[in-house]
Write a protein that binds this ligand. Structure first.
Ligand code: TNX
Length: 526
């Protein structure tokens, strides 16, 4: 059966199939349970000639789940888990895979190792769910994602999470087949990436006077300095770790707004000359990068180093929440507006972003920006990250730009996921699991052609109120599971209750791994 036909077929299979028997998240496109079982035992070996990294990953994780260290072998003598790379495998996506389980063996087939990796993640969920008796039902799974971009973000500026914690976070994303990690590395409250040509960015910009960011109702200034940053060695290590998990890391360097930490280090890049302190309150700050030659020179130096660290084709350059207060009263800005024939400060922001885009494009990379980069005219090759709603993404798609959908309404994981009286202090808002699950990244008003510009969804985790990694876990789980299924393209909002029962099954895994998650779905409402 060709792929399109089988996708069509799978639609009906998914709709009617037996999730009661297996709790895979994201639900695969096609799952067929056969009769009989496979008994996973110590007689199995792992055969994965073309996929040595993946074979090791599988070995390590099976050991972690059931305590068995299966040997990796070159030939299948008795019982085997076979990882098979078949370039000829006819799927359209290099993330597609097939898992076949019968009484004697498990075969994972894909045309690329990233597909093999997703097959492994699926198998690990099957083992996890059946770990009490190690009987895996005979089955066939054929699977591939709907969206090539399945993103999750983490803000490490408002609160800092060290490299080991970031790696754990990547493990969580990989388990749910998320393939992009948007690393928000700079903001008003901390600059978190070592830049060798401008050391003050971290010497000064990575530390602030208070550990909390006030003013909060429940958090007061404690007088303890706070901070941290990643050395370039640590960044390389995290990037290499992500590559093994088939996750692309997209670094974000914020400009022209959310720049107070950088301005504390280099006040001459502001319009007023400062002095400034690294932010100890959150919000939208008036002091932003001034569009001067020395600002562009520093930012280009930063980009040069960022590019050597991150293989991603994208650099995210922020662009959100940049008040024009200072630019309005700065004579240099007004002269530049005249000189460039611009209408106003909004067009000056567009000039700023477009100038940086040109530089980044000249290095063979592309920019992503928050949807405010639409204001004053969109830079020619930019991808829009639509956060204030979905309108920015719609506009981008209609004008031939790519877009990533990350609206606050459905994908802001810093919002409450349950009753604020019982949930830990959060940013505000109300974003329950069911609402995340209901999100459709493709707006109805787009034609099929325009919809191709919607690369996929991303959820964001801003950390103004998230002071430790346990709380990161709490805000992420279980909503990450809903994002996962939305991004994979198998969510069925009218079947939410079935999804929820799979989530409850996955909570056992979270318990086993000691991952903190929110119990908000068990709240009795009313
Ligand atoms: C808006 S989303 C921001 C962040 C905040 C977030 C809190 C975006 C591009 N900017 O700076 O942390 O709201 O939800």
């Amino acid at each position: 059966m060709d792929y399109i036909k089988y996708l069509f077929f799978s639609f009906f299979t998914v709709a009617g199939n037996s999730y009661a028997q297996q709790s895979l998240i994201p639900a695969p496109q096609h799952l067929e349970i056969k009769s009989g079982n496979l008994n996973l035992d110590k007689n199995f070996s792992i055969l994965g000639k073309g996929s040595p990294e993946e074979a090791k990953f599988l070995q390590k994780n099976i050991k972690e789940i059931i305590g068995l260290e299966l040997p990796i072998s070159n030939k299948c003598t008795k019982k085997c888990i076979v990882l098979e790379l078949k370039k000829s495998y006819g799927a359209t996506s290099d993330e597609a895979y097939v898992v076949v389980v019968d009484a004697n063996q498990i075969v994972i087939t894909a045309n690329q190792n990233r597909g093999v990796f997703y097959g492994i993640q699926t198998l690990l969920q099957l083992i996890e769910e059946n770990r009490s008796n190690l009987e895996i039902p005979a089955l066939v799974i054929r699977d591939s994602p709907k969206f090539a971009y399945r993103g999750m973000h983490l803000d490490v500026s408002r609160h800092f999470f060290n490299a080991e914690e970031v790696k754990q976070y990547l493990d969580y994303l990989a388990a749910y087949k998320i393939n992009k990690f948007h690393w928000h590395l700079t903001d008003d409250q901390g600059w978190r990436i070592e830049i060798k040509s401008h050391p003050k960015l971290t010497e000064i910009g990575a530390f602030r006077k208070e550990s909390q960011i006030g003013p909060y109702a429940a958090m007061t200034f404690d007088g303890k300095p706070y901070g941290g940053f990643y050395t370039q060695e640590q960044i390389k290590d995290v990037v290499a770790y992500a590559q093994k998990l088939h996750i692309e890391i997209i670094p974000e360097i914020e400009m022209p707004g959310h720049a107070l930490a950088a301005l504390a280090a280099y006040p001459e890049l502001s319009c007023t000359g400062g002095p400034f302190e690294v932010g100890t309150t959150w919000g939208v700050m008036d002091d932003i990068f001034c569009p001067k030659d020395e600002t562009f020179a520093l930012l280009e130096d930063v980009i040069d180093e960022v590019i050597t660290l991150f293989p991603s084709k994208y650099i995210h350059i922020g662009g959100d929440e940049a008040p024009k207060t200072r630019w309005k009263t700065c004579s240099h800005c007004q002269e530049l507006i005249k000189k460039e024939g611009l209408k106003d400060e909004l067009e000056l922001q567009s000039y700023f972003i477009t100038r940086m885009e040109k530089y980044i494009n000249s290095k063979g990379k592309a920019i992503i920006g928050w949807d405010e980069i639409l204001e004053g005219g969109l830079a020619p090759n930019a991808t829009v990250m639509s956060w204030t709603g979905i309108q920015g993404g719609i506009h981008a798609a209609k004008t031939g730009h790519d877009a990533i959908m990350t609206p606050t309404s459905h994908l802001y994981f810093d919002y409450y996921q349950g009753n604020p009286q019982t949930e830990p202090l959060a940013f505000g808002g109300d974003l329950r699991l069911e609402k995340v699950y209901s999100f459709n990244p493709i707006p109805a008003e787009l034609s099929a052609e325009e919809a191709k510009h919607i690369l996929g969804p991303q959820a964001n985790l801003w950390t103004e109120y998230i002071t430790d990694f346990g709380q990161v876990q709490h805000m992420l789980f279980p909503r990450l599971m809903a994002l996962s299924e939305v991004a994979w393209g198998t969510s069925q909002p009218d079947q939410y209750k079935k999804f929820e029962s799979r989530v409850i099954e996955h909570m056992k895994t979270l318990d086993r791994k000691g991952i903190n998650y929110s119990n908000a779905i068990f709240e009795v409402i009313g």
